[in-house]
Write a protein that binds this ligand. Structure first.
Ligand SMILES: Nc1ncnc2c1ncn2[C@@H]1O[C@H](COP(=O)(O)OP(=O)(O)OP(=O)(O)O)[C@@H](O)[C@H]1O
Ligand SMILES: [Mg+2]
Length: 321
């Protein structure tokens, strides 16, 4: 079933802060490489004024020089930090006739400040650099990076990216800008080529927010590739064992064990709710007692060994097509 994800050209990993986007983007990239895919793992530069601090994603995969140039981390895995400025430079280069003009235009401070001030133009730069990389080919014409995995910084970014094509087309429908926006839109909106991966946690509020995000993303016609329910607690109980433990806890009044049981119940409810309402396959990922690269490696193994997701809810899936 993971194969269905790997068939796409771009996967946008999105979700609320701290749910595990970066960890899962790294684990998915490792799993895809282990399945024989060539992967470009990408993140978005946070600010262009000063140098970004250390990149958590780069650290998790052992990328030493995170920057706007693609570097190979290990066989089959490349890393890039998408930069609005780099994207805008590429964009001007293709739109303006001469490379010199593009460089000169970017050197003009006023223009540069203008490009940085408009959030949509920041997003455009990021999107444009990503499209540029996706379009790159090898000498035989096959894609240089068949699969790009993009770790998006926060929910808002996914929506800003999604809303961007319409916003740009409304101000400049024709000419070279309109043309390249339309090309980007074709890729972003084609469910065979692109999909959002929504990461969430097994608690009521994150699940509600994720269902809202799924609706918003689809309103912008970005296809949903999958939901990922992260940090699901291991359930150590058989039904009989659970009944016995509950009886014991009841007899002893409030107890820490009850909190753990409550967490298990909420996780089960979250899974059922997402499986029933998300119009995409749902992967569940365990909460593991590891951190950093070790966690990434273990999650990649988990994804490779236990890939069978919940099928999407039938009515929703039907309604979508
Ligand atoms: N399946 C898991 N098991 C155990 N710990 C996890 C798991 N997934 C993520 N974590 C931990 O949760 C924390 C947040 O993860 P991560 O940084 O990947 O989230 P994020 O969504 O990228 O956060 P941000 O929104 O800040 O970018 C990290 O400490 C990470 O090690
Ligand atoms: Mg992150």
């Amino acid at each position: 079933m993971l194969d269905a994800l790997w068939q796409r050209r771009a996967l946008l990993v999105s979700g609320k802060g701290g749910v595990g986007k970066t960890t899962l983007a790294a684990a998915l990239a490792r799993a895809a490489v282990a399945s024989g895919k060539r992967v470009l793992l990408a993140e978005v530069e946070v600010s262009s004024d000063e140098q970004d601090g250390p990149s958590p994603l780069a650290t998790l995969v052992g990328a030493r020089e995170p920057g706007p140039r693609v570097t190979e981390v290990s066989p089959g895995l490349s890393f890039v930090r998408l930069s609005p400025i780099e994207g805008q430079r590429l964009f001007l280069q293709e739109v303006l006739p001469l490379r010199m003009m593009a460089e000169a235009a970017l050197r003009m401070r006023a223009l540069r400040r203008f490009l940085e001030a408009a959030p949509a133009l920041r997003e455009m730069g990021v999107l444009y650099q990503m499209l540029h990389l996706i379009r790159r080919t090898r000498p035989d014409g096959s894609p240089l990076y068949p699969l790009t995995l993009l770790d998006l910084p926060a929910t808002g970014h996914a929506l800003a990216l999604a809303a961007l094509p319409d916003a740009l087309l409304s101000v400049m429908p024709g000419g070279p800008i309109g043309r390249s926006v339309r090309e980007g839109m074709g890729l972003l909106r084609d469910p065979a080529l692109t999909g959002a991966l929504l990461v969430t946690l097994p608690e009521p509020l994150p699940v509600s927010e994720t269902l809202e995000l799924a609706t918003a993303i689809q309103r912008h016609r970005i296809p949903l590739a999958a939901g990922v329910l992260n940090r699901v607690p291991e359930n150590p109980f058989s039904p009989d064992g659970r009944a016995a433990v509950e009886k014991l806890l009841d007899a002893h009044g409030p107890h820490r064990g009850q909190r753990a049981l409550g967490r298990l119940d909420r996780a089960r409810a979250a899974e059922a709710r997402l499986a029933g309402n998300l119009p995409a396959p749902l992967f569940t990922v365990p909460d593991l007692p590891a951190t950093g690269m070790q966690l990434v490696e273990q999650l990649a193994q988990h994804l490779l060994l236990r890939p069978a997701p919940h099928a999407p809810s039938r009515e929703r899936a039907g309604a979508q097509s």
